[in-house]
Ligand binder design. Structure first.
Ligand code: FAD
Ligand code: NAP
Length: 547
């Protein structure tokens, strides 16, 4: 590693605007990309808009932020030393612990050298004649690189709805995904939270404990499952660590990039109502997202899904003392699992507190934000602070936030105007040498994303290595293979209940965004095999041009 570091420094000193690879983003994906590509001896430049590493875990410092894939699996597997030496303290690590972990990784592998923080990439233009990307940033940088890697994240472009009057609000406002580094203290304050997705549902119970009064502005209720978070038992950790290699391998072959839970084999309709209730109860008590994997057909069969949905609605009615409030909290507009299910600690119970009011903005929508609070169609709520837990322009948002084009050709925004198209979710035809990590058309957000990220980074770094060793200067996805892959992704989704929901999965949360389900649903293990096969057969579906 030391030799490589010295080589890089020498190279950088020589031509500091010309690079082999530019990586945009320094979260889980960007950091691992640096590690892998540096090992190939490449000269890298990494731009990160934040002032530190961590991506999601840098930005989401809101109270209660934690992962919902178990920490022992929501972590890198590429280094046995790393996974043996790091000690997770909770079943689901909180944001500070995950951020500490990612900082540890950056330090341990000396990854910071190549990163320029506080810098946002604004454009990327490819020149087919030179096979170079020209990258420009909001800090006035202009560099060239042979390859451009979008490690920009699926949930990294926060969405603040354009409410009339926000600029007139006299209090403080926050977005969960842009949370300040300094502590925010809601003690003695009247707080409004807009949004009840995973972020809102994690934050609400904790804000309620601090605030003088909390108003939750809910448009659509979500299904939330108890996390049953707890400190990790050292014996359990020891057991996992002694068997980590096999566990990680199982995750790589699994449907969701997760080894702990096997894929269900039975239909919900094969069991008697009593047996179903017993199984649901069991998983409800164990906690976590595994509830939605109780039966194999929960996301394909409406009747099967309803058995799980009704079970959760009954739990909500049991937890919430006021029947009217319970009814407003119980989701009836979508099938459980078709929007990303949330996991929580005491979310529903929070509505039994005297200082918490649920405001149903489906019934009476938010008119505007006024100087002293929020005005709905039929009331005004005086507030000192507003928390927007309103989500993200997901999957494509951060990619299209960069003006990506090919000289003399088209823009990526134009190519994707009716929805994203990418072969294997890795590359878009017409845009050579541009790689997406967990891009649209890959299993991405339906998996344990660290597992998916590692697989993509390994695939693309092997690909870059192959190109260099064989004197190729350019790789590009073939349009026919891309079309076939996009059709395949769409066909698989059409056979499920997913597209029926108005969710960020389908882009329905962003006005004007094309409605499409751009996530490969056929299972992570199957997808990974397909990627291996493509590479093994001389990159089927990609064209390569020699130097
Ligand atoms: P990110 O972590 O999003 O990092 C992308 C980085 O790119 C960001 O730091 C951003 O600033 C930077 N960037 C973007 N555009 C530019 C630009 N133009 N110029 C410069 N920099 C740019 N997934 C799971 O599998 N399990 C979980 O439990 C889980 N929990 C989550 C909790 C929250 C609150 C959120 C929001 C997401 C969660 N996710 C979870 C998804 C999570 O995003 C991924 O697991 C993972 O962290 C993504 O890593 P990444 O490096 O791909 O992207
Ligand atoms: P989200 O799921 O998109 O939720 C956004 C919420 O804001 C929804 O309730 C939405 O209501 C509401 N909203 C948006 N615009 C609104 C408006 N104009 N008026 C009123 N309400 C409005 O976003 P998120 O909660 O940030 O979660 C995004 C994803 O990040 C999750 O699904 C998950 O993948 C990940 N995440 C994971 C965790 C975790 O537990 N590990 C935690 C946080 C986030 P509608 O539904 O009516 O649009």
């Amino acid at each position: 590693m030391e030799v490589l570091k010295n080589d890089r420094s020498a190279a950088r000193a020589g031509r500091d605007s010309e690079f082999d690879v530019v990586i945009i983003g320094a979260g889980f994906a960007g950091l691992y990309s640096i590690y892998r590509l540096r090992a190939l001896g490449l000269k890298l430049k990494v731009y990160e808009a934040a002032s530190g590493v961590g991506g999601t875990w840098f930005w989401n410092r809101y109270p209660g932020a934690r992962c919902d894939v178990e920490s022992m699996e929501y972590s890198y597997s590429f280094s046995d030393e790393l996974q043996q030496e790091w000690n997770w303290t909770e079943r689901y690590a909180g944001q500070p612990e995950i951020l500490k972990y990612l900082n540890h990784v950056a330090d341990r592998y000396d990854l910071r050298d190549d990163i320029q923080f506080n810098t946002r990439v604004v454009s990327a233009v490819f020149d087919r004649d030179t096979s170079q990307w020209t990258i420009t940033t909001n800090q006035g940088d202009e560099i060239t690189a042979s390859f451009c890697i979008m490690a920009t994240g699926n949930l990294s472009l926060p969405s603040v709805p354009k409410f009339k009057g926000l600029e007139s609000f006299a209090g403080a406002w926050y977005h969960t995904g842009l949370w300040p580094i300094e502590d925010v203290d809601f003690t003695g304050r009247r707080v409004g939270v807009i949004g009840t997705g995973s972020s809102g549902i994690q934050a609400i119970p904790l804000i309620a404990q601090q605030a003088e009064h909390l108003y939750v502005f809910q448009r659509t209720p979500n299904f939330s499952l108890p996390a049953n978070n707890h400190p990790l038992d050292p014996e359990y950790v020891k057991k996992i660590k002694s068997n980590y290699a096999a566990i990680r391998e199982k995750a790589r072959k699994s449907k969701f990039g997760n080894a702990r839970y096997d894929s269900p084999q039975k239909s919900a309709l094969e069991d008697s109502p009593e047996e179903r209730r017993r199984l649901y109860e069991d998983r409800w008590t164990t906690g976590g997202l595994n509830f939605t994997r109780t039966y194999k057909d929960l996301l394909t069969n409406k009747e099967a899904n309803e058995t799980a949905g009704e079970f959760v609605r009954t739990k909500i009615r049991e937890a919430v003392k006021n029947d009217t409030v319970a009814d407003v909290l119980a989701p009836k507009d979508h099938y459980i699992g078709t929007k990303r299910p949330c996991t929580d600690t005491d979310y529903y119970e929070t509505y039994n507190r005297k200082n918490v009011t649920l405001v149903n903005v489906k019934e009476s929508s938010i008119n505007q934000i006024i100087e002293h609070g929020i005005q709905t169609e039929n009331a005004e709520y005086a507030l000192d602070a507003i928390v927007f837990a309103t989500g993200y322009d997901a999957v494509t948002g951060a990619i299209l936030n960069i003006d990506i084009s090919v000289k003399g050709g088209t823009t990526l925004a134009e190519k994707w105007k009716d929805g994203p198209r990418a072969y294997l979710g890795l590359m878009a035809s017409g845009f050579p040498n541009l790689f997406f990590i967990t891009g649209p058309g890959s299993p991405s957000v339906l998996t344990n994303m660290v597992c998916a990220i590692e697989q993509h980074v390994e695939w693309l770094s092997d690909c870059v290595d192959h190109l260099r060793k064989n004197n190729f200067r350019q790789i590009e996805a073939d349009p026919q293979h891309e079309d076939k892959w996009v059709d395949h992704v769409n066909d698989l989704a059409a056979n499920t209940l997913y597209p029926s929901a108005k969710s960020w999965y389908t882009g329905a949360n962003i006005p004007g965004k094309p409605r499409i389900f751009p996530i490969y649903i056929g299972g992570f293990g199957v997808y990974r095999e397909k990627c291996i096969e493509v590479a093994a057969h001389n990159y089927i579906g990609f064209s390569m041009i020699k130097v």
